[in-house]
Design a protein around this ligand. Sequence first.
Ligand code: 1CP
Length: 349
Amino acid sequence: MSHETGAETKRLIRALKGMSVDQTPIWLMRQAGRYLPEYKKTRAEAGSFLDLCYNPDLAEEVTLQPIRRYGFDAAILFSDILVIPDALGQTVSFREGEGPVLDPITRLEQLDELDTGSVLERLQPVYETVRRLKASLPAETALIGFAGAPWTVATYMVGGRTSSDQAAAKLWAYRAPEAFQKLIDILTEATILHLTAQVEAGAEIVQIFDTWAGSLPEAQFRTYSIAPTKKIIHGLRAKFPGLPVIGFPRGAGALAIDYVRSTEISGVSLDTGMSPAWARDNLQTLACLQGNLDPLLLVAGGAEMREAATRILKALSHGPFIFNLGHGIVPQTPPDHVAELVEFIRAAK
Ligand code: 1CP
């Protein structure tokens, strides 16, 4: 592999493999989306949000929009973590201003109704989008595929919507751990299939979003976040040895050390609250770090944003590092501030 020869030219892949880079690579979580006027236009053309995810022409277009504007080092496939429950046959919709709405799954018997055999077939349009992106992206731009981690996807499947405390999923896990584990296992298998198909279609890196990892106590974090993530990575690497995988165990705090060690993940995306100095001292010898500018500093912009970016670069750019946010871009972000941030990171030495 390029790891040995040093022939790899994409900055993001080099950083994830612990190789030297000429500049700090940068991309931003949720870099396509409602803060861009051109996204809103395409989104309106598509009909529903899922129609956009399953339309390879339009999904390719919105993936490329932030690349054209800002020249990020990576494009992330335009899709959503909730295409998995949709492909499993659960009713999923996205309502304006309300976020995702699912018919909640609350009983063991409902798990038997999930259609685990058709995931790949139903998600073919997503893999077609990946194939098109692979062909149309600039040579220097890495292509990231992604999925939600089983725990995070389960919180939506069980709760039926975004929740601030993930109470429905946690209570099911505490009251009926065997039934809940069955859901986690179904999601783990579906996620391996889904990410494998993305890599086969041309994704060079995959990111696993565990947005709600931080709500789990230590024992459950090990069972529902670390263990399935480890299984997914082993499943992928059995087929694609050395595949770079980035994890986003948001809110994991010091448990990020065990997360990285156990899963053997290549990169860890730091959330906004994580201390860069702590991460440097405790994580950077184990994995490439990614992060972690507060998305609201990108809304504020100006000197405050640049100073925060400088502090992050100072702490982290001496080891393997990818500049990013501590969570996704928010819709009220001025596009000019994104341009300003990219210019600033490009100019930094
Ligand atoms: O109408 C719209 O345009 C809906 C907004 C939107 C967008 C742009 C949703 C609904 N999903 C997405 C795309 C998306 N989601 C991407 C594609 C790449 C990109 O935008 O550049 C990715 C990687 C995601 C991942 C995702 N979806 C996560 C994990 C990351 C994170 O931000 O924590 C989660 C939790 C979701 C669920 C989801 N999808 C959409 C919404 C509004 C939500 C809920 C978020 C929440 O519960 O807070």
